[in-house]
Design a protein around this ligand. Structure first.
Ligand code: KIV
Ligand code: ZN
Length: 527
C-alpha cells in the first residue's frame, strides 16, 4: 500500500515509552553525562514521546541527579523512574521525581520460576505480597504507577495472571509484560497479551505495555505482535540500544505502525520528521555508530543503488519507497554543496539537517568545509554533519590540535610529533607506540597530563569513496570516569587524535566543574 495509511474506521492510540536513558544507557559502553541526558530528554519530548524513563534513581547519585534534572525540565511528557519492589528504591524514585509535572514510578519484580528460585529465593506467595506492597507504597507517592513482572515471557501464565490482577487491584495503572531476555517469538508473545486480556479480570483498569529485548533480533516483531493483540504501550529505545543486544528500536516501531496503519489500526503521536535528528544525537552521545543498513535511520535506508530501482524511483517514488525520507527527517541524499557555496549556504543547509551552530562554531565549520572541498571531489550531507558535530563546542577546548607529523611503516616503530595549543601556547611532544594512533595518544597523555585508558575505538567512513572522511569514536576512561570522544577528518590518524582530544577536553571540563564545586579535591587531571 505504500506511503498512505488507508482503510481504518477507528484508530487506537499506542503510547510510546522511551527508555533510552535507562535501559538504553545500560548498554555496555554507553554512558552519557547529565547534560547529555538532559539534552536527549528534551529531544525526546520534541519528538513527542509519551513517557520518558529517565533512569534508576537508587542506583547511583549520578542517576538520581539525572532523573531529577529531567523531571525539572521536561514539562509535557510523563517522566518515569525505575525502582525494585522495595521501599528504599521507591523512596529514591519518588524523591528524584518530585519536580516532575507528571511523575511515574515504575516498579519491577521478577515472576519467572528461574528468577524466583535462583535470584530472589522467594515463594510465589511471597512475590505476590511483595508486588502488592510495593505498588501500594508507590501509590502513596504518586497516582501513576507502572508494574513490570520481570521475565514475564518465561513466567507461568496462571501465576502471571494472579500477580497482574493483584497489582492492578493495588493501584497499578500500567502493567508491563517484559520479554527480559529476548526469548519470546512473535506469535506466542502476541497470544500471551491476548490471554492476559482474557484471563485477568480487572485488566480493563490498566494499560497493557510491552518491553522486548533483542537477543534473537525479534524485539520489534514481538512488540508489534503484542500491539496487534491489544498492547497499548510499547517500551523502546532510540536506535534500539540497550542491555546486551538492545531493546526494540523506537524508530522501527513507530514507522511500522505508521506505514502499516492499515494492518495495525493504531497510531502514535510521534513527530516522525524529528526521528533522524534524535537518532544522531543519541549516536553521538553514546558513541554507538548507526549501521548503514539500519532500518529507518541508517545512512543507506533511503538510498537506491540498483539502476532499475533508481529508474523506478525517478518515475514514481512509491515503486521502491514505502516511506518518504522526509517523513523521518532523512535529508542526506546526493551532492549538496561545493567550493562555491558560501557561509550562509552552509548555515542554512546545516539548519535543514537540524544543526544550529554558534557564530564561532560556524566560522570554524566553514573553514573546514572549504578545506574539505579542496580534498574531496564531492561533499555530502553526512560530511557536513560530521564537520559540524566536530566543531560544536560542548565544552571549552583546553587542548586543540595544532599539527601532527607521523612516520610509520611496515618494519619501523611508529614515530610521531604532536603539537597541541593550550591557553595560547603551543606544546610539542615526540613519542613512539604500538601503532601511529597509540603513539599519538601517548604523546597527548604526556602533553596534557591526563592519563586516559582507551576502552573502545571505532572508525567508520562518513560517506563512500576513496576520499571519504573517517569518523573516529573513542571511549576513554579517566580515573574510572568514562568519556566519549568523536573526531572526523579525511586523514584517519588526525580523526583519531581529534576524537581523543575531544574526550580529554570533556574530561578536563568535568574535572574543572567538580573542582569549582569542591576546590580541595584533586581529581587527578593535571590541567
Ligand atoms: O528487561 C526488563 O525486564 C526490564 C524491566 C526493568 C522492565 O528492563
Ligand atoms: Zn529491559
Amino acid at each position: 500500500m505504500g506511503r498512505k495509511t488507508v482503510g481504518m474506521a477507528k484508530q487506537d492510540r499506542v503510547l510510546i515509552f522511551d527508555t533510552t536513558l535507562r535501559d538504553g544507557e545500560q548498554a555496555p559502553g554507553a554512558s552519557m553525562n547529565q547534560r547529555e541526558k538532559l539534552e536527549v530528554a528534551l529531544a525526546l519530548e520534541r519528538l513527542g514521546v509519551d513517557i520518558i524513563e529517565a533512569g534508576f534513581p537508587v542506583i547511583s547519585k549520578g542517576d538520581f541527579e539525572s532523573v531529577r534534572m529531567v523531571a525539572q525540565k521536561v514539562r509535557s511528557a510523563v517522566v518515569a523512574g525505575l525502582a525494585r519492589a522495595v521501599k528504599k528504591d521507591i523512596d529514591a524514585a519518588a524523591e528524584a521525581l518530585k519536580p516532575a509535572q507528571r511523575p511515574r514510578i515504575h516498579v519491577f519484580l521478577a515472576t519467572s520460576k528461574i528468577h524466583l528460585e535462583h535470584k530472589l529465593k522467594k515463594t510465589p506467595d511471597e512475590i505476590v505480597q511483595m508486588a502488592v506492597d510495593a505498588v501500594t507504597y508507590a501509590r502513596r507517592k504518586t497516582d501513576d504507577v507502572e508494574f513490570s513482572p520481570e521475565d514475564a515471557s518465561r513466567s507461568d501464565k496462571t501465576f502471571l495472571y494472579r500477580v497482574l490482577e493483584a497489582v492492578i487491584k493495588a493501584g497499578a495503572r500500567t502493567v508491563n509484560i517484559p520479554d527480559t531476555v529476548g526469548y519470546a517469538m512473535p506469535e506466542p508473545y502476541g497470544k500471551l497479551i491476548a490471554d492476559i486480556r482474557a484471563n485477568v479480570p480487572n485488566i480493563n483498569k490498566a494499560v497493557i505495555s510491552v518491553h522486548c529485548h533483542n537477543d534473537l533480533g525479534l524485539a520489534v516483531a514481538n512488540s508489534l505482535a503484542a500491539v496487534k493483540n491489544g498492547a497499548r504501550q510499547v517500551e523502546c529505545t532510540i536506535n534500539g540500544i540497550g542491555e546486551r543486544a538492545g531493546n526494540a528500536a523506537m524508530e522501527e516501531l513507530v514507522m511500522a505502525l505508521r506505514t502499516r496503519g492499515d494492518y495495525f489500526g493504531a497510531v502514535t503521536t510521534i513527530n516522525t520528521p524529528e526521528i533522524c535528528r534524535v537518532s544522531r544525537l543519541v549516536s553521538k552521545y553514546t558513541g554507538f555508530a548507526v549501521a548503514p543498513n539500519k532500518a529507518i535511520v541508517g545512512g543507506n535506508a533511503f538510498r537506491h543503488e540498483s539502476g532499475i530501482h533508481q529508474d523506478g524511483v525517478l518515475k514514481e517514488p512509491t515503486t521502491y519507497e514505502i516511506m518518504r525520507p522526509e517523513d523521518v527527517g532523512f535529508i542526506g541524499v546526493g551532492l549538496v554543496m561545493g567550493k562555491h557555496s558560501g557561509r550562509a549556504g552552509l548555515k542554512s543547509r546545516l539548519k535543514q539537517l537540524g544543526i544550529e551552530l554558534a557564530q564561532e562554531e560556524l566560522g570554524r565549520a566553514f573553514e573546514r568545509f572549504k578545506d574539505l572541498c579542496d580534498k574531496k571531489k564531492e561533499v555530502f550531507d553526512e560530511d557536513l554533519v560530521a564537520i559540524a558535530q566536530d566543531e560544536v563546542q560542548e565544552v571549552k577546548d583546553v587542548w586543540a590540535l595544532e599539527s601532527l607529523v607521523v612516520t610509520s611503516g611496515t618494519h619501523i616503530k611508529p614515530d610521531v610529533a604532536v603539537r597541541l595549543r593550550s591557553a595560547g601556547k603551543v606544546h610539542e611532544k615526540k613519542a613512539t607506540g604500538d601503532g601511529p594512533v597509540d603513539a599519538c595518544y601517548v604523546a597527548i597523555d604526556e602533553l596534557t597530563g591526563c592519563r586516559g585508558k582507551l576502552l573502545h575505538y571505532a572508525i567508520q567512513s562518513v560517506t563512500q569513496g576513496q576520499d571519504a572522511m573517517g569518523e573516529v569514536r573513542v571511549c576513554v576512561s579517566f580515573n574510572g570516569q568514562k568519556v566519549i570522544g568523536i573526531g572526523a577528518s579525511t586523514d584517519v590518524i588526525e580523526a583519531s587524535v581529534k576524537a581523543y582530544l575531544n574526550a580529554v577536553n570533556k574530561a578536563c571540563a568535568a574535572a574543572m566543574a567538580k573542582k569549582q564545586k569542591s576546590p580541595g579535591i584533586d581529581f587527578g587531571l593535571q590541567l
